[in-house]
Design a protein around this ligand. Structure first.
Ligand SMILES: [Zn+2]
Length: 362
């Protein structure tokens, strides 16, 4: 397939043609100069790397009813709240099939990878691995040890099957737990992530001193807090739709202005579908609604580029021959690629690159 139009990737938006064979990039060049002389089917559109959903709790997909109203702490954080009761009362088979259905939906929407906060200890991570087999979505599983105080053997055991640890928040844990988890992650070369300043502001000392690799939310962070996060070089995963349900928003405009590394995620699968396209569109509209617009290029990077750097595979965000990118072709006008991709993408605009791609993706 020959795509005439534009590329939007780690190097930004630009006009180009892209020659694809079996879902891989064969050649990239200036529009109108391709060597195919009409022998290859041609489409007009924008070629992007597969996006990453950088924060999701897929286990929550087992919830099929409208969650109760109330403070987020009561619904998703509290041990006896709606979420953890539901996880306890559901069977492993129910959770596996709910997570698998969510992952298959993500695959159809072209998602390349998902960074998941998987609760329920080592068994929870193993269930997610099992659910993701053959879906084509690369799962970065951040597990959560159950014992408090931390049981070192349990922590080691979770880290053997997980890509890292994702904790509830600094204020829900003791300094001892934060330090033990941080140390164990670092020692095993794995990632340590933490929710922070979601419903109430926490001081950056509380969450930065544990040296996390990723913070989630920062919806209540002040510009000074965000400056501290930037200076500590810690990326932030933001989830505007999830925050909106509880009447708050991350300050994306300040994050863009300060140059934070921002990743986009969809959060609890009980609240909304794990669709990064919906999240992008909402994020764009929400910043306008608040009179604090951000550039579409900033949002596009948060979905398509910066997460691949965090995962440790920057080449996956480069549309060029020989990279590990798994390109998506979006049938959109190529004139303002980031704006088009952020505000207009839906699943049915993804050009299918042939059956091999669907079946053979990782
Ligand atoms: Zn979360």
């Amino acid at each position: 397939m020959l795509v005439e139009g534009a590329i939007l990737d780690a190097s930004g938006p630009r006009r180009a043609y892209v020659l694809l064979r079996r879902g891989r990039i064969v050649e990239v060049g200036t529009p109108g100069t391709d060597p195919t002389r009409g022998r290859v089917p041609k489409v007009r559109g924008i070629v992007v790397p597969s996006p990453v959903n950088s924060h999701v709790h897929l286990g929550d997909a087992v919830s099929t009813r409208e969650p109760p109203a109330g403070p987020v702490a009561q619904i998703v954080a509290h041990r006896d709240g709606y979420k953890f009761r539901l996880l306890r009362e559901s069977t492993a088979a129910q959770k596996r099939s709910a997570m698998r259905a969510a992952l298959l939906r993500m695959a159809r929407e072209g998602i390349g990878a998902a960074i998941d906060f998987r609760e329920e200890g080592r068994a929870g991570v193993e269930l997610l691995r099992d659910a993701s087999r053959g879906t084509g979505v690369r799962v970065v599983a951040l597990g959560r040890p159950l014992a408090r105080p931390i049981d070192r053997d349990e922590l080691r055991s979770v880290l053997r099957v997980a890509d890292g640890i994702g904790l509830s928040s600094a204020r829900d844990e003791t300094d001892g737990t934060l330090a033990a988890v941080s140390r164990a992650c670092r020692a095993s070369g794995k990632r340590f992530a933490l929710h922070a300043s979601e419903a109430v502001r926490e001081s950056p000392d509380e969450y930065l001193s544990a040296r996390p690799d990723l913070l989630v939310h920062l919806a209540k962070a002040t510009p000074d807090d965000l400056t501290a996060v930037r200076d500590a070089r810690v990326p932030v995963a933001v989830c505007p739709r999830s925050n909106a349900l509880f009447g708050r928003q991350p300050d994306l405009r300040t994050m863009e202005r300060l140059g934070l590394c921002v990743l986009l995620g969809t959060d609890n699968a009980m609240f909304q579908a794990p669709s990064i396209w919906h999240e992008l569109e909402f994020a764009y509209a929400a910043t306008r609604l608040r009179g604090r617009p951000v550039s579409p290029e900033f949002l596009a990077r948060a979905a398509l580029v910066d997460p691949w750097r965090w995962i440790g595979e920057p080449g996956a965000a480069e549309i060029a021959p020989g990279t590990s990118a798994r390109p998506l072709v979006l049938r959109l006008p190529p004139d303002a690629p980031a704006y088009q991709v952020v505000t207009r993408t839906t699943e049915h605009l993804i050009a299918r690159l042939g059956p091999k791609r669907a079946a053979g993706r990782r």
